[in-house]
Design a protein around this ligand. Structure first.
Ligand code: PLP
Length: 456
């Protein structure tokens, strides 16, 4: 535990209560309860200011700390880099940026160029801007529309929210820019078509939207490899292959948002690799440096990069900058983060522990009528809770929240789909660090088992 005693945090708690505007939080309850302040982390565990220890089954709340807490080798790499050269705008290069870009694209055959930014939202905005510029310069202004999928999420800025398939996230922040068009989600548990090959049918629904809008108006299809915060949705068999065919048929660039799945979350370096597709753009953020520094990347192909090369036109290059895309702490941390994943064989561990996690969660179905669906891949899992298994009526949101609190009370941090899909904030989410061992998986599953029993 931390060298400070719990009582030492009184002034911190007061300062927080008086001045910090927490993310995604109602603040009224904090007037009568202490805000949670996390003061230390080691491996999979964190300690709060009251001295309580938790197994964090969310990797930092939002699936970020893939290699776990307390990695001194990442801190050392960042420190060494900062005292040598902390910052220069990315119009010039830096040693860690060059070395990380090279190491990264080695894991991504077919992709070759890395644009550095700071957040997932920003990485996605860059793709949208690139596509708009390509439309202007190469398609006579056509192919400017961007398709996104119901229940997917791509970030918090206005452009990224324009591509939000999560209605509650986007509500009240409009009006949004034109040219963003939604395609249906592909969650088979909540079927929209009565067919045998659900995956192909769900992909065909994308083609229907393309034909309705006009193929020559559409430049990009932006999808999460596995929908994360929108309910942990693994696309069904046949989906991805068909999606790829559709993109090729209509000359639409395919953008996979790996902000959550990138760097090992579902047992491959990138989620798209677990589905056998070849994207034109990949964005990533959370796991890139496991939260030890802020960094995100927009990665693309030579073919896309070459569209921005034309010395005869002063407007040809990508006229964009991210000031802190020039921070060297990010790529220095990312290089070491990648080494850890490789040397500790965390992708293999993720797959093995992921199987155990799914087995344990499937086991909850026979014990708890409220468990409607269990889904996931690698160390990313969702449990959809329903009031009635036949009608699939979603469980009451307050009760889902209670399950989260009951698990917390048992020392395990879990999450739920939160203020995303109207009426469907009923899926518990789990994403422990890729270092999880069998005992950790059992602790998580046992806590959920008890939390469900205490709630329903
Ligand atoms: N894309 C996905 C799939 C996400 O889950 C998130 C955040 O949760 C983002 C993009 C936005 O990332 P950031 O919060 O770093 O802007």
């Amino acid at each position: 535990m931390n060298h400070l005693k719990p009582n030492d945090f009184g002034p911190v708690i007061e300062a927080d209560r008086a001045h910090v505007w927490h993310h995604m939080m109602q603040h009224k309850p904090l007037e009568s309860a202490d805000p949670r302040i996390i003061v230390e982390g080691r491996g999979l565990h964190v300690w709060d200011a009251a001295g309580r220890r938790y197994l964090d089954a969310l990797s930092g709340g939002v699936w970020t700390v893939n290699v776990g807490y307390g990695r001194t080798s990442i801190a050392d790499a960042v420190r060494d880099q900062l005292v040598t050269m902390n910052y220069f705008a990315q119009s010039a290069g830096s040693i860690p940026a060059a070395l990380f870009a090279e190491a990264l694209v080695e894991k991504m055959p077919g992709l070759s160029r890395v644009y550095f930014n700071n957040s997932g939202s920003e990485a996605n905005e860059k793709v949208f801007k690139m596509v708009r510029q390509i439309a202007q310069r190469h398609h006579g202004g056509r192919k400017w529309k961007i398709l996104y999928r119901e229940r997917d999420y791509h970030g918090t800025t206005i452009g990224a929210l324009a591509s939000s398939g999560q209605a509650e996230r986007a509500a009240m922040y409009g009006p949004y820019p034109d040219g963003f068009v939604m395609v249906p989600h592909c969650l088979e548990y909540r079927r929209q078509w009565e067919v045998e090959n659900y995956g192909e049918r769900a992909a065909d629904a994308i083609e229907e939207v393309i034909l309705r809008e006009g193929p020559d108006t559409i430049g990009l299809l932006c999808l999460e490899p596995l929908t994360a915060g929108g309910g942990v949705i693994v696309p069904p068999e046949g989906y991805w292959q068909r999606v790829q065919e559709i993109c090729r048929k209509y000359d639409i660039l395919l953008h996979i948002d790996e902000v959550v799945c990138g760097l090992g979350r579902i047992g491959t370096w990138f989620g798209y690799q677990s589905f056998g597709i070849q994207p034109d753009f990949v964005t990533m953020a959370k796991g890139v440096a496991s939260g030890y520094a802020a960094i995100s990347c927009t990665v693309t192909t030579d073919a896309v990069f070459d569209l921005f090369k034309d010395d005869t036109d002063p407007m040809a290059h990508f006229r964009d900058i991210s000031t802190f895309g020039g921070c060297t702490a990010g790529p220095a941390a990312a290089l070491e983060n990648m080494r850890i994943i490789e040397d500790e064989k965390l992708l293999d561990n993720c797959l093995t522990m992921g199987e155990r996690l799914m087995e344990r969660l499937e086991g909850l179905k026979s014990k708890h009528e409220v468990v409607g669906d269990v889904r996931g891949r690698g160390l990313f899992a969702g449990i959809e809770l329903v009031a009635d298994r036949t009608t699939k009526e979603p469980a009451n949101e307050k009760l889902v929240q209670k399950v989260v609190s009951e698990a917390n009370a048992r020392g395990v941090i879990i999450g739920m789909t939160n203020r995303s899909i109207p009426g469907l904030n009923n899926t518990l989410c789990l994403a422990p660090a890729l270092i999880a061992k069998s005992d950790d998986i059992d602790t998580i599953a046992d806590a959920i088992d008890e939390a469900l029993a205490a709630t329903f």
